[in-house]
Design a protein around this ligand. Sequence first.
Ligand code: SAM
Length: 203
Amino acid sequence: MFEESARWYDALYSFKDYARESGEIISMLKQVHCKASTVLDVACGTAEHDKYLAEEYSVDGLDINADIASTKNPHGEYFCADMTDFTLAKTYDIVLCLFSSIGYVKKIDSLIEAFRCFGRHLNTDGIIVVEPWFTPDEWNPDCHVHLLTAETSEGKICRMNISEQEGSLAVVNFHYLVGTSAGVKHFTERHDSKDNGECFDLF
Ligand SMILES: C[S@@+](CC[C@H](N)C(=O)[O-])C[C@H]1O[C@@H](n2cnc3c(N)ncnc32)[C@H](O)[C@@H]1O
């Protein structure tokens, strides 16, 4: 997961147009639920969508690693919790789960639990919006080497990976090279759809 790399997340994903995406989400939400005023962004990451969504809605966020949710949405509350098992004191008109984050729940049972949690936190007429994980035909193991580089005031980072498949599981092993004034460091992070229990059959 995004642990050691969390502080580089925004720089690495600077190519992603969060403003445009958020605008499209707002337009879609206005069509399907014009009276909505509150949003819970599940697996909010660094809260980059929330910065823009907060121009239209009162937005809170939740992530298993809420440390990376920044001060981009100062009026929002941020909760550190697992999307498959959370209870908040509030309910919302809209529950969002964006950028394929749902794939991290890994097991079909956990997927059901996640949707139960989302549902329990909805107001009457509320809606759940989930951006899905890759479809099998979109996942091309070993076909491409993916490379991202970024530079911040802290230093430079390079991330490289290929798409992998282990049985029915989509797997990404990210390799990072980070250079700062403290030196150059290499670390890896594994992202997969696997758990010790029954797995969500992606393929
Ligand atoms: C690809 S990032 C997406 C972040 C953000 N939604 C965005 O669009 O930039 C996936 C996020 O899911 C979070 N995550 C993974 N498993 C989770 C879980 N079980 N419960 C809550 N958050 C989880 C990670 O910490 C990470 O922030």
